[in-house]
Design a protein around this ligand. Structure first.
Ligand code: EPU
Length: 360
């Protein structure tokens, strides 16, 4: 008879993962500095999530396991109007690496808690270009796929390989590819049926080789013309995008905001003709399927909102698409302002603007 093989004793889950044995939990934690609008709200329970193992610990926890969860990344896409009773999972999973250099693409990965802008800059330093058009978008790497961030002719889904997530019911790790994420314009499965049910832990990006610049966006074309640089490298495009954004979008460190507050509405060609008949100036972009995207910023501006203040919330002076905290605003004041804008745009154009951030 052969002797029994030595027993492999698995450590209890609370010790697995190497990130410390227990969860880092705060009670009645202020969320003011964790949302870019700077809105006041408290979390009854806030758990700092520093690893995939921490997520599993939450799932297995006797009282947190079954409670509702609220997943907080950089807080750049949320309007907090009240305290949060659900368990707030503050995602702080760090780490970034070049996973693979394939002939047709670089594959790079980052932890969901990494700051987006730092990650984009790091990819360029590693000699892996492709994310430069998405420079300076506020928020974290993990939040980027949730709303399929996009700017200056590139959307996250154009550079996406896969992501790892943990199911908050089963505690299982699930890897999702692009089709499983159901990306749409500022939309994904994480804003829909996986909202609050799944935690993104790592995201992998596919950056095509050879690199080719994306310069089709009007403001970048202007930079090419002004600078005379007809073949800019990725770093130059990164710098241009940062300059363009800084000129018209407020820095959340200085003025609380959540970027574009409304999505650009899409209307049928017929509706658009009707609106153009009345407002020939309207900024619009025909889409491949025959529908037309209208510039929400233009619609709001046309209704006279730019620079206006209601309570302690306001419309940014340089970009009507951005709502700002003028100082000490409550989330309800932001929502009141947003509703007033929606009503006036509906009254004049018959178009319902849809907010981009999640309103809690
Ligand atoms: N416009 C006005 N008045 C304004 C603002 C805009 O007339 O106050 C006009 C502009 O002149 C321009 C048009 O409206 O002709 C579009 O404006 P802009 O380019 O500033 O904004 P956008 O193209 O609609 C989108 C994204 C931004 C992204 C930029 C660049 C949405 C809702 N917004 O803005 O994303 O950075 O394109 O690609 O899709 C974000 O989502 O937080 C965000 C900042």
């Amino acid at each position: 008879m052969r002797p029994d093989p030595p027993q492999r004793v698995l450590p209890p889950l609370s010790q697995a993962g190497g990130a410390g044995a227990s969860l880092d939990v705060e009670s009645r934690a202020s969320l003011r500095s964790f949302n870019t609008f700077g809105l006041p709200a408290f979390a009854q329970t806030l758990v700092h999530i520093r690893s995939a193992a921490d997520v599993k610990r939450v799932v297995d926890h006797p009282s947190y396991g079954r409670a509702g969860k609220f997943i907080l990344g950089g807080g750049s896409n949320v309007v907090l109007t009240r305290d949060v009773n659900a368990i707030v999972l503050k995602i702080e999973i760090m780490g970034r690496r070049v996973v693979e250099e394939r002939p047709e693409a670089w594959i790079v990965e980052a932890g969901a808690g990494e700051n987006w802008q730092d990650f984009v800059a790091w990819t360029l330093e590693q000699g892996c270009p492709g994310l430069e058009n998405l420079a300076l978008i506020p928020g974290t790497v993990g939040a980027a796929p949730v709303q399929n961030i996009g700017a200056y002719g590139v959307e996250l889904q154009d550079r996406f390989e896969a992501l790892d997530s943990i199911d908050l019911v089963t505690g299982r790790q699930v890897t999702l590819d692009a089709p499983s994420c159901h990306f749409g314009y500022r939309d994904s499965v994480f804003k829909r049926h996986l909202a609050g049910k799944s935690v993104i832990t790592h995201v992998r990006f596919r950056l095509p080789r050879p690199w080719a610049p994306v310069l089709g966006y009007l403001e970048l074309e202007r930079k090419v013309a002004e600078s005379g640089i007809t073949r800019p490298d990725a770093r130059t495009i990164f710098d241009w995008v940062c300059t363009i954004r800084r000129a018209k979008l407020p820095d959340p460190q200085a003025i609380g905001n959540a970027g574009s507050f409304f999505k650009n509405p899409v209307v049928s060609a017929e509706q658009c003709r009707d609106i153009i008949g009345r407002d020939p100036e309207i900024v619009h972009y025909p889409l491949p399927d025959g529908s037309v995207k209208l510039a929400a910023g233009w619609l709001i501006d046309a209704c006279g909102w730019k620079g206006k203040t209601v309570g302690r919330a306001g419309v940014y002076e340089k970009q009507a698409l951005v709502l700002v905290n003028r100082g000490g605003a409550h989330g309800s004041e932001v929502v009141t302002l947003a509703r007033a804008i929606q009503e006036s745009v509906y009254g004049r154009f018959g178009i319902r603007l849809e907010p981009e951030p999640v309103i809690v």
